[in-house]
Ligand binder design. Structure first.
Ligand SMILES: [Zn+2]
Ligand SMILES: [Zn+2]
Length: 394
């Protein structure tokens, strides 16, 4: 039942906390509103804390710490660690360790901490009621342990969470409206806000592995859904994320709802985040093509479609040229990346920001070669698309 079958014991602390916050928030809120009525300042405080904590998980815990999709200045890291702690989803070290395991072993019943293959409820929150015996080691977060702020948060995560979630809001509430303010901050800004942030995050592990399309890869259960993106601060483009986990974006198109991506980008403009990692457009197109090919092969295997000899020949030809063009483009990219690393090392040696003139001209030449290879690749992609359309129509 609930996908619980491996060596586990009940995690009493988490179970009690999840139950208490649920009862306090979901049952306590209507009772509070019945006795004291609607309060706009209380609603604003709820909204602020909800957004700050949820974004600290998506922006901080997830894209910054778990995936290293960008770098951030220490004040940014400190803020997301403080509000991230108040999300009551454990420390960044524990969260990232579990999340990295999720990416490495997606859908694997024993290794993925919140595998959807063990059922919707298990992936959503069932896994939190359990403790593995023996506990899983945090052996995949050595990089995070080098950050003193992350280590500090790991040590004091419960203290920080209690102060930010309950002590400060309830003190402000008391000075604002006495018992009414104190209770409002406890029930709405505290309990209800914690429950809402929890389920927004839990949706990513459950619904984002259940609802939506798989344009980039069907090798895992991760899915893309704009509705889920609306609910999860942009994390709903989960199929893309599982395929390209180091990209700072989840919604790659400009119009796709991804406030986490926009925040990272905006902070980059004022110098507070840098090294924003983006997957090249060509690589994304190749992933989409690979997925379409998988579909076609599956349909051919099930005899849902058959290809005429001409269409099969044209498609095979297009595949051949595409594979060569992709290989050549990758080789040029690698050559330029290696040269860039060499330039950075040379600049560091001479303690100047500029590289040697010979290295500069080499970089320009390599960039030009990469552009030509990319142009050829895009031409082959267009040819493959025509061949694929012909094959599907035949
Ligand atoms: Zn996932
Ligand atoms: Zn992830």
């Amino acid at each position: 039942m609930f996908g619980l079958k491996k060596p586990h014991v009940l995690n009493w602390t988490t179970t009690l906390f999840l139950s208490l916050t649920f009862v306090g928030g979901v049952i306590g809120t209507p009772i509070y509103l019945y006795f004291y009525g609607w309060s706009t300042p209380l609603f604003c405080a709820f909204l602020f804390m909800f957004s700050a904590c949820a974004m600290s998980i998506t922006f901080g815990y997830h894209r910054l710490f778990a995936h290293g999709a960008f770098n951030a200045a220490w004040p940014v890291r400190l803020i997301v660690l403080i509000f991230g702690a108040a999300a009551y989803e454990n420390s960044a070290i524990t969260w990232c360790s579990e999340h990295r395991r999720h990416h490495k072993h997606t859908d694997h019943e024993d290794e993925d901490p919140y595998a959807i293959s063990r059922g919707f409820f298990f992936a959503h929150m069932g896994w939190l009621f359990l403790r593995y015996t023996p506990e899983r080691p945090h052996d995949n977060v050595a990089d995070l342990r080098k950050d003193p702020l992350v280590v500090w948060q790991h040590r004091y995560v419960q203290v920080i969470a209690t102060i930010v979630t309950f002590v400060i809001p309830m003190t402000i509430g008391w000075f604002w409206k006495g018992t009414e303010g104190l209770l409002g901050c406890l029930i709405i800004v505290g309990f209800l806000r914690v429950v809402c942030v929890h389920h927004v995050t839990f949706f990513i592990n459950s619904l984002c592995h259940t609802l939506g399309g798989q344009p980039y890869s069907s090798r895992t259960s991760a899915r893309d859904s704009w509705i889920m993106a609306l609910l999860t601060f942009g994390e709903g483009y989960h199929n893309y994320h599982h395929e390209f986990q180091h990209d700072y974006r989840n919604g790659i198109r400009k119009w796709q709802w991804d406030p986490t991506k926009w925040s990272i980008w905006l902070l980059n403009k004022v110098g507070l985040t840098w090294n924003l990692r983006r997957v090249p457009k060509e690589k994304i197109l190749l992933a989409q093509i690979a997925e379409k090919e998988r579909h076609l092969q599956a349909r051919l295997g099930q005899k849902q479609v058959t290809l005429s000899e001409t269409a099969a020949h044209i498609l095979e030809n297009a595949r051949h040229h595409l594979a060569h063009a992709a290989e050549a483009w990758e080789a040029r990219r690698e050559a330029r990346n290696n040269a860039l690393k060499a330039a950075a090392a040379a600049a560091a040696k001479t303690h100047t920001a500029t590289s040697k003139p010979s290295l500069d001209s080499l970089l320009i030449a390599l960039r030009r070669e990469e552009e030509i290879a990319a142009k050829n690749l895009r031409r082959c992609i267009a040819a493959w698309r025509s061949a694929y359309r012909l094959a599907c129509a035949s």
